[in-house]
Design a protein around this ligand. Structure first.
Ligand code: SF4
Length: 96
């Protein structure tokens, strides 16, 4: 697998996250709950991205999401589709 750009991910960065204490589900467009017959989690991309827009650790969050392949929710200001596109772009760039 192609190497992704390394980011400095320092321990404890989550403590400075703008979304700390926010409802996790607004970030997560997870269909698992629906499959289990539960109500749709309150995914709210616009609200989630509003947290990200002013987040002091946005870059670190994005780099960690890409590195860990955590591409299933809003991270670093990108939704799941945008994260996957960014991941693939970087992979192609690294392979060329
Ligand atoms: S960039 Fe967004 S998802 Fe990541 S820590 Fe900040 S507010 Fe949370």
């Amino acid at each position: 697998m192609a190497k992704l750009r390394r980011a400095r991910i320092t321990p404890g960065w989550h403590e400075r996250a703008a979304c700390k204490g926010a409802d996790h589900w607004i970030f997560c467009n997870d269909e698992a709950a629906l499959r289990n017959g539960e109500p749709r989690p309150p995914y709210d991309e616009e609200k989630a991205k509003s947290y990200c827009s002013g987040c002091p650790v946005r870059t670190v969050c994005l780099e960690e999401a890409l590195r860990m392949r955590d591409l299933f929710m809003v991270r670093g200001g990108l939704n799941a589709d945008e994260l996957r596109a960014e991941y693939l772009t970087r992979q192609r760039r690294a392979a060329s």
